[in-house]
Design a protein around this ligand. Structure first.
Ligand SMILES: Nc1ncnc2c1ncn2[C@@H]1O[C@H](COP(=O)(O)OP(=O)(O)OP(=O)(O)O)[C@@H](O)[C@H]1O
Ligand SMILES: [Mg+2]
Length: 346
């Protein structure tokens, strides 16, 4: 088994591979044409790296779970799966092909979005998440790179259900601790922790943070150790108070302090203003001053996380500044900024 080349025919000639659209930690996604002169489709399967691993069958089981989770969904802002099939030993899912780019590519190309446009996409993905929560799943990998923007009508579509799991709200279950730094809440760093709709609330709020500021929010474990999150408004003064407040509420470290459902969080986005007492509370919750011992610990943690290079998502220059551990960190910043993908839309 290996990755498929352009021209490879699958399913007795029904699909012809055109090109690779994306290559991730475990998956590879191709564009293919259905029947000669037919529509383009996107076909996702496990990549050659995983195909050659000893625990391939475990990955395949998880992949099939993703495929069937998606195949059950029918929502305007969730990617449509047409066909789940097996090509030799490999399971594949055939999806709608979305001509456009990811939200991450789009905002980087546009150098940030105005609030109204950002909120349109967030509302759409919010409704997709409410829908999948009603089906009993949490996505667990919401981020700008897993949202497509369709060029023809500028609608947002949620993709990549590779980490999606069935859940019972608030029940402690054993989950894999895969995640994307900067967008994953604290509970996703623990193998056995409660998860619920509020897990996706954090990631959607972090997504809004990024698309309005172009800065990656500080990862949850470092915040837990005392590094204050820079407010979105500090990065971008054009952000309104209610949106700034809603993002910070959605990104509360402790699940119990977050809105418990996407619907509840979306309501916060519609508020006309933020009362003085709410602003005061926010200031207090952000005023966790680092004591010297914690500062040192934090500095080490950041350095080791960077050298291990666990994720392609890195922290923003100004978020790192906020940790006040400038000397070592400045080295990391110059490295991490060059890793951000500024690829233009197709
Ligand atoms: N339906 C689609 N239409 C067009 N492009 C797509 C579609 N699905 C995925 N892509 C492209 O392929 C890329 C990778 O897809 P996806 O996010 O599903 O998997 P991944 O992140 O590469 O893999 P993994 O599941 O291992 O994280 C996306 O970022 C996007 O650019
Ligand atoms: Mg992805």
């Amino acid at each position: 088994m290996s990755n498929w080349k352009t021209g490879t025919r699958l399913q007795s000639g029904r699909y012809e591979i055109d090109k690779v659209l994306g290559y991730g930690g475990s998956g590879i996604t191709y564009r293919a044409q259905e029947n000669p002169q037919g529509n383009f489709v996107a076909i996702k399967t496990l990549n050659s790296l995983i195909q050659n691993k000893e625990d391939f069958s475990k990955h395949q089981e998880r992949f099939i779970q993703e495929a069937f989770c998606l195949a059950k969904c029918n929502h305007a802002h969730v990617i449509k799966v047409h066909h789940v099939c097996q090509e030799e030993e490999l399971w594949c899912m055939v999806m709608d092909y979305v001509a456009g780019g990811t939200l991450r590519q789009y905002v980087n190309y546009k150098k940030g979005l105005a609030e109204a446009e950002a909120l349109k996409y967030i509302q759409q993905i919010g409704s997709a998440l409410t829908y999948i929560h009603e089906q009993g799943f949490i996505h667990r990998d919401v981020k700008p790179g897993n949202i497509m923007i369709r060029k023809s009508d500028m609608q947002a579509i949620l993709i990549d259900f590779g980490l999606a799991r069935e859940f019972v709200q608030d029940k402690i279950q054993t989950h894999t601790n895969s995640r994307t730094e900067s967008f994953a809440p604290l509970e996703q760093y623990e193998l056995r922790a409660k998860r619920g709709a509020y897990t996706d609330v954090y990631a959607l709020a972090a997504t809004l943070y990024y698309i309005l500021t172009l800065q990656l929010p500080f990862p949850a474990p470092f915040r837990e150790q005392g590094a204050n999150l820079i407010t979105p408004k500090q990065h971008n003064p054009n952000i309104s108070d209610p949106i700034n407040y809603a993002i910070l509420q959605g990104m509360e470290l402790r699940p119990k302090n977050r809105p418990q459902s996407i619907g509840e969080w979306l309501t916060l986005l519609k508020a006309k203003k933020v009362t003085a007492s709410k602003k005061r509370n926010l200031r207090h919750s952000r005023q966790a001053i680092l004591n010297p011992a914690r500062k040192e610990h934090l500095e080490l943690a950041i350095v080791s996380s960077s050298s291990v290079n666990q994720s392609s998502e890195k922290f923003s220059k100004s978020s790192l500044k906020e940790t006040q551990t400038a000397q070592n960190i400045s080295k990391i910043v110059s490295r991490s900024n060059s890793e951000i993908d500024y690829k233009k839309l197709e």
